[in-house]
Unconditional design. Sequence first.
Length: 51
Amino acid sequence: MMNTINFFFNSFGTTIVIPTTIFIIALFVGYDPKKSLLYGLYAGIGLTGFS
């Protein structure tokens, strides 16, 4: 199980994993899917700007 999670994080990197995680958490909390997607995209753009 941990090997699979480790492979997932290493293959996609934080630029993809963090926005996806934020999108899923925002949906779970109860945000609108459109806003959840925007929040995830904003996080991805921010992480790309740091690189």
